[in-house]
Design a protein around this ligand. Structure first.
Ligand code: 5GP
Ligand code: ZN
Length: 113
């Protein structure tokens, strides 16, 4: 599934460049363009779904794959303390309507505090 004019579909298929962090069969992870914390990685399904709830029902295997990739990224890039957030709906702060999780941490791997 691929939607015209969806910025995250374009990142998933390489039409728009992003600073890639990791990839898997169903998911692509890249640095947020405007990081809110020292670690701020976005992780998206390759398939277009408007939000994580739609993804959960349409392609549960892709969601599990995405969660596993996010867990590896968090283990490799943080001290183990992180948030994994899916803003869902404009009123909850969602601005890009292709499902994406934010992996956020104040403690990059190796930081002291
Ligand atoms: P939302 O507010 O929808 O939960 O999150 C969207 C996120 O996507 C924001 O944190 C924003 O900085 C990020 N973002 C928007 N456009 C781009 C882009 O073209 N490249 C990257 N790497 N991040 C983007
Ligand atoms: Zn999309």
């Amino acid at each position: 599934m691929n939607e015209t004019n969806c910025i995250f579909c374009k990142i998933a298929n390489g039409e728009i460049l992003a600073r890639l962090v990791a990839e898997s069969e169903h998911a692509v992870a890249f640095h947020d363009i405007a990081p809110a914390q020292p670690v701020h990685v976005l992780i998206i399904p390759r398939e277009h779904h408007a939000n994580v709830s739609d993804l959960a029902f349409a392609n549960p295997a892709a969601l599990v794959d995405l969660m596993q990739l996010a867990s590896k990224i968090a283990a490799e890039n943080t001290n183990g303390a992180f948030r994994f957030t899916f803003n869902t709906g404009a009123e909850a702060g969602q601005t890009v309507f292709h499902a994406h999780g934010h992996i956020l941490s104040k403690q990059p791997k190796g930081s002291i505090d």
